[in-house]
Design a protein around this ligand. Structure first.
Ligand code: HEC
Length: 268
């Protein structure tokens, strides 16, 4: 009787596991966590929409890749929002995926009117999707962290709290500076409104990064991506609370995730 029960329990768990794997829809463990508060989601989404439209109209070199990278991050926002109001979030996700497809086929006209695409978009159900549906190359997303002069997206004016940071105008340099020295109270006050927006953006890029493990060393890659996501989330929360020691600790963990991953995996 006991053996029969055990077999039954075993069968049942196997079915549950299969079901969970089917729902995940991606490869390996899911990195997606509801970490984005509603106000940050709405601000970041608004900026993302504006960036997609501006880039699609810009005529710059690599405009299609840049549109795809930003739309991929927008998909990431929709997979990371806390308490999503299903329909609005699903429509943004549906439009972002359409923008990726348009950019890939060389059509930047539609993404140039991305706001209109959202109005007309299908409600793409909230679930994990294969990474290839929204991003071909992780490098296109990493590029945005470079200095503005080197093709990166640059640093928000409120985060340029020192002359060198203003000159470098890049996210990677900014994270390095935060990790090096605790912010003065003045500088903490200066950055505390904008830093959560950047840190949540980085957390979402951490989740995207998790979906691109190399064939060799996937376990370590996923750990470092999770560290990038979780340290960024902690950074956003510490900045929001104007907790200088917390900002330093989180920025240090975040920077370590960048540099460790690069030293093991970049250029391989
Ligand atoms: C889990 C691994 C991983 C993490 C974490 C990670 N990166 Fe990267 N990053 C890479 C890889 C791999 C490349 C090379 C991509 C390529 O060229 O195909 C890269 C490329 C870059 C580049 C492109 C330019 C260059 O120097 O070659 C920048 C900038 C960058 N990363 C910044 C960051 C920052 C800032 C962080 C942390 C906030 C970070 N990365 C976290 C794996 C990672």
């Amino acid at each position: 009787m006991t053996r029969f029960l055990l077999v039954l329990i075993g069968l049942f768990s196997a079915i549950l596991l299969l079901h969970a794997a089917g729902q995940a829809g991606g490869d390996g463990p899911s990195p997606w966590k509801p970490l984005l508060p509603a106000d940050a989601y709405s601000e970041l989404t608004k900026r993302s929409v504006a960036a997609i439209e501006a880039t699609a109209k810009s005529g710059v070199k690599d405009a299609a890749e840049r549109v795809e990278a930003e739309a991929a991050i927008l998909v990431g926002y929709t997979l990371s929002v806390k308490n999503p109001t299903e329909e609005a979030v699903g429509k943004v996700r549906g439009a972002a995926i359409q923008a990726v497809q348009a950019a890939r086929s060389g059509d930047l006209k539609k993404p140039a009117g991305f706001g209109k695409m959202i109005e007309a978009a299908p409600n793409a159900a909230i679930e994990r999707m294969p990474r290839k549906a929204y991003l071909q190359e992780l490098a296109w997303v990493m590029e945005i962290f470079k200095g503005k002069a080197k093709g990166g997206e640059g640093l928000h004016a409120e985060l340029q709290y020192s002359p060198p940071l203003k000159k470098l105008n890049g996210i990677e340099a900014f994270i390095g500076a935060l990790a090096k020295k605790k912010l003065s109270d003045d500088n903490l006050a200066k950055v505390s409104k904008e830093l959560p927006n950047l840190a949540y953006r980085l957390a979402v890029v951490g989740s995207i990064t998790h979906e691109f493990p190399p064939a060799k060393g996937a376990g370590q890659w996923r750990e470092l991506s999770n560290q990038m996501r979780d340290a960024s989330t902690a950074l956003a929360e510490a900045a929001h609370k104007k907790n200088g020691a917390g900002v330093l600790t989180a920025a240090t963990a975040l920077e370590n995730s960048c540099t460790q991953c690069h030293s093991v995996f970049k250029g391989k």
